[in-house]
Design a protein around this ligand. Structure first.
Ligand code: ADP
Ligand code: GLC
Length: 502
C-alpha cells in the first residue's frame, strides 16, 4: 500500500508527547511490513536544532506550493529526511512564519494565538505536496485535531482529482481533551464552504471544531486503545463528542499503541548504566537504579523501593492524587523521582516536595529524554494514575524495562496492565497493580500494597518477568492498522461521490 501519515510531531524531530513516538514508530512498522510510507510533519527549526540536527540532516526539495489561508497566499517549502534503518520518507513542511518558534504549540502555558491558522496551513500543505509529488496514496492517515481538516479536504476538494481517485482517509484520535476548537470566523481560514459549518459536520455549539471535522469526514476512525474506543462514546470520557462518536461507531476501532523497540529496549538502550534483558534484569537493573539515585542526588540504597513518574504535569495524569498520596507515604522508607513539565501549580508542588524531603524525593522540572530512559530503567515502580488515558506509553515502556506499573484502570492502562490479584498471580497474567476509584486514599493504599509486594521478591520478580517477556512491539498493532486501511479503502470506493453538506 502507499500510505501518507500526517502528524504535528514525530520523533526524533519534534516531540511534546506520545503522538511523536507513535507517528514515527507506526510509520516505521508499516514500512518494515513492505509498504511505501511518507510521513509529513511541520519543520520546527528551533526544535530540530535543540535535538542536535543541522541543515545537513535535511535535503531541500525543489517543490514549493502556495497555500491559501483565508485571504492570504502563503508559500510552503519542503525538506526531506530519513530515519536511520528505515525506508520511511519524512517530509517536513517549511514555513518559518508559522513554525520557527521556541515551542510547538504554546509558551509559558499560553497557546499560540494562531494555532488554528498554523495547522490549517499544514493540513492543506500535506495534500498539496501529496499532489505535487504525485504520491498517489491509497490511504492518508491523519492524527489529532491538528490534521483534522485533511479528511474533510480530501472528501470535499481532492477526491475527484488525478492521483486521489482511490485515496481513503483514516483519522486517529489520540486524546479527546484536545479538540482544536476555535471561533466560527476561523471557518474562513479553512477555505471550505460555510454550508459544511453545521452541527453534523464542522460546527460544535457555534464554534469550528477540527477534531470533530476529522471524525466526521474520515472513512475510518481509530483511537489508541480498545477500552478508550468504548469510553469515548460515553458522556464521562467523550468531552462533548460522545454522541458524534456513537453515531460513527461502525467506523470506530481501538488499536493499542506499541513500543518502538529501536528506541525503548533495555538490551540496547545507550542511555543506561547497564543493559539487560529478562534473563539479566536482576543484575542490570540494580546498576541502573544506583546510577539514577546518584544522578538525582538521592542516597544510593539498593533496597529502598524507588517509585516515580515521567509525564506532562497535568490533571489528566493524576498529579493531584500523586501529591496527596506521596505526602502520606513519605512517612515510610521510600524514595520517589518525578520528571515532568506542564501546569505551573504541579511543577511548584513537586519541586517543593523535593525540598521538604531531600533524602527521599527528587524532582526535575523539564523535558529530558535521556533522563526519561534512565528513570524507566532505574525505578522499581512507575506510577500512572491518570484520570483518563487514551493509551499511555510509559506503562508499556515500564513493562518492557522490568519496572512494575501502578495504574488507574482506564483506557490503554486497562488494556496493558493486569493487576496482581491472587487469581492473576496464580494464572500468570499479573504484571502490575491497578485500581478503579480515582481517589488519593485509594492510590495511597495501592502504593502501600506495592511496597508490601516489593518486599516479597518472589512475587515482584514474577511481575517483572511477566511484563518483560510479553511482546510490546508494534508488529501486531501495525497489522491492525493495515486491516483498518483496507476497510477504509473499501468504504471509500463504495462511495465515490463528493460529500454533500448535511
Ligand atoms: P501523553 O502523550 O498523553 O503525554 P504518553 O504516555 O502517550 O502520554 O507519552 C508521553 C511520552 O512523552 C513518553 O514517551 C514520555 O516518556 C515522554 N515524556 C513526557 N514528559 C516528559 C519529560 N518531562 N521528559 C522527557 N520525556 C517526557
Ligand atoms: C495522547 C494520549 C496518550 C497516548 C498518546 C499516543 O497524547 O494522551 O494516552 O498514548 O496520545 O497515542
Amino acid at each position: 500500500m502507499k500510505i501518507v501519515v500526517a502528524s504535528s510531531e514525530a520523533i526524533p524531530f519534534a516531540k511534546t508527547g506520545g503522538l511523536a513516538d507513535v507517528a514515527s514508530a507506526l510509520s516505521k512498522a508499516l514500512a518494515e511490513a513492505g509498504h511505501e510510507v511518507s510521513l509529513f510533519l511541520p519543520y520546527y527549526p528551533q526544535s530540530t536544532a535543540k535535538r542536535g540536527f543541522t541543515s545537513q540532516d535535511f535535503e531541500a526539495c525543489p517543490e514549493k506550493v502556495t497555500i491559501s489561508v483565508g485571504s492570504k497566499d502563503v508559500e510552503a517549502g519542503l525538506l526531506k529526511a530519513k530515519f536511520p534503518d528505515s525506508k520511511v520518507t519524512v517530509y517536513l513542511v517549511d514555513q518559518p512564519r508559522y513554525f520557527d518558534r521556541p515551542e510547538l504549540y504554546h509558551e509559558q502555558g499560553r497557546d499560540y494565538q494562531d494555532n488554528c491558522e498554523r495547522y490549517i496551513f499544514f493540513s492543506r500543505a500535506v495534500l498539496a505536496f501529496t499532489e505535487k509529488l504525485n504520491l498517489q496514496p491509497d490511504v492518508i492517515h491523519a492524527n489529532d485535531w491538528q490534521t483534522g481538516l485533511i479528511p474533510a479536504l480530501l472528501k470535499i476538494e481532492y477526491q475527484q482529482r488525478p492521483g486521489f481517485e482511490k485515496t481513503a482517509s483514516v483519522f486517529t484520535i489520540h486524546n479527546m481533551a484536545f479538540q482544536g476548537q476555535y471561533w466560527h470566523w476561523d471557518m474562513l481560514l479553512t477555505g471550505i464552504d460555510w454550508k459544511y459549518f453545521n452541527r453534523h459536520q464542522m460546527e460544535f455549539f457555534g464554534q469550528l471544531n477540527l477534531l470533530k471535522t476529522g471524525i466526521v469526514f474520515s472513512d475510518m476512525i481509530t483511537t489508541v486503545s480498545p477500552t478508550y474506543a468504548k469510553e469515548i462514546r460515553t458522556e464521562q470520557f467523550g468531552y462533548g463528542l460522545h454522541g458524534v462518536l456513537d453515531s460513527h461507531s461502525d467506523h470506530l476501532v481501538g488499536i493499542l499503541n506499541g513500543v518502538d523497540t529501536s528506541e525503548w529496549n533495555p538490551e540496547i538502550d545507550p542511555h543506561l548504566a547497564a543493559n539487560y534483558n529478562e534473563n539479566s534484569v536482576l543484575e542490570g537493573k540494580p546498576l541502573c537504579k544506583a546510577a539514577l539515585q546518584e544522578r538525582m542526588g538521592l542516597p544510593q540504597r539498593p533496597d529502598v523501593p524507588l517509585f516515580g513518574t515521567i509525564s506532562r504535569m497535568t490533571d489528566q495524569k493524576g498529579f493531584s492524587l500523586i501529591l496527596d498520596a506521596a505526602e502520606n507515604l513519605l512517612a515510610s522508607d521510600v524514595q520517589m523521582i518525578f520528571l515532568g513539565t506542564g501546569d505551573p501549580y504541579h511543577e511548584a508542588s513537586f519541586t517543593d516536595l523535593s525540598k521538604r524531603f531531600p533524602d527521599q524525593v527528587a524532582t526535575y522540572v523539564g523535558f529530558d529524554e535521556t533522563l526519561a530512559h534512565q528513570i524507566e530503567a532505574g525505578l522499581d515502580l512507575f506510577m500512572m494514575p491518570s484520570q483518563f488515558e487514551p493509551c499511555g506509553l510509559n506503562q508499556m515502556y515500564s513493562l518492557s524495562y522490568g519496572t512494575v506499573p501502578l495504574v488507574h484502570e482506564v483506557g490503554g492502562l486497562a488494556d496493558s496492565v493486569v493487576d496482581a490479584s491472587e487469581k492473576n498471580l496464580e494464572n500468570g497474567t499479573a504484571n502490575g497493580l491497578s485500581f478503579w476509584h480515582f481517589d488519593a486514599t485509594v492510590l495511597y493504599r495501592q502504593m502501600r500494597r506495592a511496597m508490601e509486594m516489593y518486599a516479597d521478591k518472589q512475587i515482584w520478580n514474577q511481575l517483572i518477568q511477566t511484563g518483560m517477556t510479553k511482546d510490546w512491539s508494534w508488529t501486531h498493532s501495525a497489522q491492525n492498522y493495515l486491516s483498518v486501511y483496507q476497510r477504509a479503502c473499501i468504504l471509500r470506493n463504495q462511495n465515490n461521490e463528493s460529500v454533500s453538506a448535511s
